[in-house]
Design a protein around this ligand. Structure first.
Ligand code: GUN
Length: 282
């Protein structure tokens, strides 16, 4: 029986800490959130980010742009927000429509306002261990592990997935915590054997319920970054599942994150922390 890592509770603690500091020190913080187009999932994320800002006492500015918005127009808006001293953080919700180059947009954001931690400057700072904004999902996973008492130093950690937003920064962060880190991906050979060595297995592969007990060592801590909408009839009445087959893995793991209520809520809590950091760094 695994201990369940309660991301809802831990994310609430973090938002409460941010809110208390903002209230105590009379801090004025402002996050600009930009969304282009009408992707329903992105609209939900953006709405949740605005709600969290309100809770923490952070002002949020909202820019909802039509999907035909050009790259130039978007960069002009970012430039305006870069120059606005009232704005501390700028977040452009991804993915963007295909005619807009995401890399150009991320690089247009002033690094001092890059609260998503996606820019080259932020990623570079993380790689060399200097201070900077850290991508919210992997930063949230570190908080989950620390606040649940999972030791990282000296442990074997396997990160499944190598995306710029999760897998790569996750590996860097685990290295910073003195874990021994392996990254596996679609071309990795004997992937089950490699994963079965992990004391801490972090799964961000985007495949519903792919990870069964065959990938997991007895007593491992298992962190599930995936979230998928599935047919409740074939999933024991549940509408959502992760990359991990929870029912199959939970009996042999020492710690496990549920979906929903594990990693998901942490991303927004860490965004709030990054906005506060942007204010304090200035
Ligand atoms: N799309 C999915 N996750 C994220 C995130 O953390 N930040 C932004 N900006 N877009 C996303």
């Amino acid at each position: 029986m695994a201990k369940i890592i309660d991301g809802k509770k831990i994310s609430q603690e973090i938002k409460d800490e941010v809110r208390a500091e903002i209230e105590r020190d009379g801090i004025k913080a402002c996050l600009a959130v930009i969304i282009v187009g009408e992707d329903p999932a992105s609209q939900v994320y953006v709405r949740n980010k605005k709600t969290a800002c309100e809770y923490c006492g952070i002002k949020s500015l909202s820019y909802e742009l039509p999907s035909e918005t050009s790259e130039k127009e978007l960069i002009e808006l970012i430039d305006k927000l870069n120059k606005d001293n009232e704005v501390h953080g700028i977040l452009v919700q991804l993915p963007l429509p295909e005619h807009i180059d995401e890399d150009n947009i991320i690089e247009a954001i002033d690094p001092a306002k890059d609260v998503d931690g996606f820019s080259r400057r932020s990623v570079g700072a993380l790689s060399i261990g200097s201070d900077g904004f850290i991508s919210c999902t992997p930063a949230g996973i570190i908080e989950l592990l620390k606040r649940s008492g999972v030791e990282m130093a000296g442990k074997e950690c396997v990160v499944m997935g190598r995306s710029n937003i999760v897998g790569k920064p996750m590996a860097m962060l685990m290295l910073r915590e003195n874990a021994t880190v392996t990254v596996v991906h679609s071309k990795t050979r004997h992937i089950e054997d490699v994963c079965s060595r992990a004391d801490i297995l972090i799964v961000a592969i985007g495949k519903p319920k792919m990870i069964t007990h065959d990938y997991v060592k007895d007593g491992a801590a298992v962190i599930d970054v995936g979230i998928h909408r599935v047919d409740p009839e074939t999933n024991g009445g549940k509408k959502l599942c992760g990359d991990v087959d929870y029912e199959d893995v939970e009996p042999i793991a020492s710690y496990i994150t549920p979906v929903p209520g594990g990693v998901g809520p942490m991303t927004i809590a860490m965004l709030m922390k990054n906005v506060l950091k942007a204010v304090k760094r200035r």
